[in-house]
Design a protein around this ligand. Structure first.
Ligand code: MG
Ligand code: MG
Length: 275
């Protein structure tokens, strides 16, 4: 059963989802080569609790951490650890959920650490763009599969990437995962009619190589079968009469990324000045 949200509930969900965006921005301000998954997980948990919320993933179906931290060929559900030390050139997908005022927030962002291969940077740009193309379709009168169609045709037909089939987006509200499932593939004009009050997480997982994935022996981490790099971005959107209303906000994360880039540029130029 799908729970359509009232405007009041949507405003509460905006607060939950903005906290997730801010948590991811906080992660963005500390993540760099030499930092570990355990480091960013601890920071995120403290940040969430300091804002009066609960980490939503911790103990969810037994998941042991606040964040899912998935590096390079890991698609999603990576378990942060001390041993998971980030390297220059890594891409790190960070997925975060919170529970605040009875409503869940859920968002993911893939960070590029230092100098990343240009082919991989393009994968990140395309995956992020795919989220927005999906969101554009979240309009009254459209069908649910129009979202997946938009994501798939952009990422697969246009860019020849592999769109993961085994994991999908979802409704969200008083539960982290509600109906309906929101696949990142599909045919236009199929699925339920999109109605006002629908709140869903749109979260394409896109591989540089084939779409096939497998699970590691830890029982959680999903990796691309061919070990190609994989990107994951996720935003929550509410359907309003006027159109899609994004409850997540990547701009706070992007601002931190710009600051990091400017800072490393300063470091680079000062080092070249020394030599
Ligand atoms: Mg999700
Ligand atoms: Mg998520």
């Amino acid at each position: 059963m799908i729970y359509y949200k009232t405007p009041e509930e949507i405003e509460l969900m905006r607060i939950s989802n903005l906290l997730v965006s801010k948590t991811l921005a906080h992660v963005g301000s500390i993540i760099k080569p030499g930092v570990s998954g355990a480091d960013i997980d601890r920071e995120a948990e403290t940040f969430i609790r300091d804002h009066g919320a609960e980490p939503a993933f911790k103990n969810y179906e037994g998941f042991p951490a606040t964040l899912c931290v998935s590096v390079n060929e890991a698609v999603v559900h990576g378990i942060p650890s001390k041993e998971q030390v980030f390297q220059e050139g890594d891409i790190v997908s960070v997925d975060c959920g919170v529970l605040l005022n009875g409503y869940y927030g859920d968002s993911a962002y893939t960070f590029a650490l230092g100098e990343v291969d240009e082919q991989v940077m393009e994968l990140l740009r395309v995956t992020k763009e795919a989220v927005y193309l999906g969101i554009e379709q979240a309009c009254v009168g459209n069908r649910l599969r129009d979202i997946g169609y938009a994501v798939q045709s952009f990422a697969e037909r246009q860019h020849k990437y592999g769109v993961v089939r085994d994991l999908v987006g979802h409704g969200i509200g008083k539960k982290l995962h509600e109906e309906p499932e929101v696949p990142n593939f599909g045919q236009r004009g199929r699925g339920i009619k999109i109605q006002e009050g629908l709140v869903i997480a749109i979260e394409p997982m896109i591989n540089l190589g084939s779409k096939s994935v497998r699970q590691l022996k830890d029982g959680w981490t999903i990796v691309s079968k061919d070990r190609s790099p994989s990107a994951h971005y996720e935003q929550v959107v509410a359907v309003k009469k006027e159109g899609p209303d994004r409850l997540s906000d990547f701009s706070v994360i992007e601002e931190v990324e710009r600051k990091n880039a400017a800072l490393s540029e300063v470091v680079r130029s000062s080092m070249s000045g020394v030599s």
